[in-house]
Design a protein around this ligand. Structure first.
Ligand code: HH2
Length: 259
């Protein structure tokens, strides 16, 4: 899943693809690089981000989805029913839902639904996240949402632990270390680590700085994406599609040879 943020303020690519033509060209480039799904978003979910109204979000994403949908599967990264409806009318066939609240909408629209775990909302979620057992709590919550969505009639349900959404570095590492617990639920698992702040902290240790910037986190993004795929995760949400496809092909070759 290639990331296409049509926003002024996303943490790593904000402002780059606000123009429709540039956004579409980037989406097509991600397709050419090997993406199977293009995830179009019109509102940043980064910690502290300001909310955007539905009309503005639709204005950003609908023309981009209309241009891409005939050529590649498109998901809509939104938390608003109105935006999901407009995006599906424009050709999107998967609702990527970081609020895990849009299962009824996906059921009505007859499209897939990706439920991501998040503790708190973007403005406050990194203030003081707490779990007694982060892996069990995230897994149980995701399974409860997924079962409810299936009962409502959603035919395609994905689960995602929501790396960085109301989680400390240790929470993120525990979830990545135990992705097998999510895979064992039987629901297809998606994960997004690409360029995230935990990687900035981890990569900084060897550089002797506090945090490496978002555009210098490729090694961490590739290491975590290939780790996730090797654990049985079915989809990784990434900015650097070409590098991820290459890294994943090498790891897949090793796994096949070893089997
Ligand atoms: N992470 C982000 C946004 N959407 N969706 C899923 N399913 N999983 C994720 O981990 C995830 C997501 C945050 O990254 P990004 O889109 O690059 O930045 P921003 O939210 O600032 O637009």
């Amino acid at each position: 899943m290639g990331v296409l943020n049509v926003t002024p303020d996303s943490f790593s690519d904000g402002g780059r693809y606000l123009d429709v033509d540039r956004a579409v060209a980037h989406g097509l480039q991600l397709l050419a690089e090997g993406a199977h799904v293009i995830d179009v978003g019109g509102e940043s979910t980064r910690p502290g981000a300001d909310p955007v109204d539905a009309a503005e979000e639709c204005r950003r994403v609908v023309p981009v989805i209309e241009a891409l949908a005939g050529q590649v599967r498109v998901s809509i990264d939104t938390t608003k029913a109105e935006v999901a409806e407009a995006a599906v009318a424009a050709g999107a066939s998967l609702v990527n839902d970081v609020s895990a609240s849009l299962a009824p909408v996906a059921a009505d629209l007859g499209v897939g639904w990706l439920a991501m775990h998040r503790q708190g909302d973007p403005r406050t979620m990194q203030a003081d996240p707490h779990y007694d057992d982060v892996v069990a709590e995230v897994r149980d919550q995701l399974v409860a949402w997924a079962e409810a969505a299936v009962a409502r009639g959603v035919a395609e349900v994905w689960i995602d632990p929501g790396i960085g959404f109301g989680k400390t570095l240790d929470h993120n590492l525990a979830l990545l270390a135990h992705l097998d617990a999510l895979v064992a639920t039987g629901y297809p698992v998606a994960v997004g680590t690409s360029r995230k702040s935990s990687l900035g902290t981890l990569l900084a240790a060897s550089d002797g700085v506090d945090e490496v910037p978002a555009d210098d986190r490729l090694e961490g993004s590739l290491a975590t994406a290939t780790w996730a795929l090797a654990q049985g995760v079915r989809m990784v949400r990434v900015h650097d599609v070409r590098a991820t496809v290459h890294a994943a092909a090498v790891v897949a070759g090793q796994i096949e040879t070893a089997a």
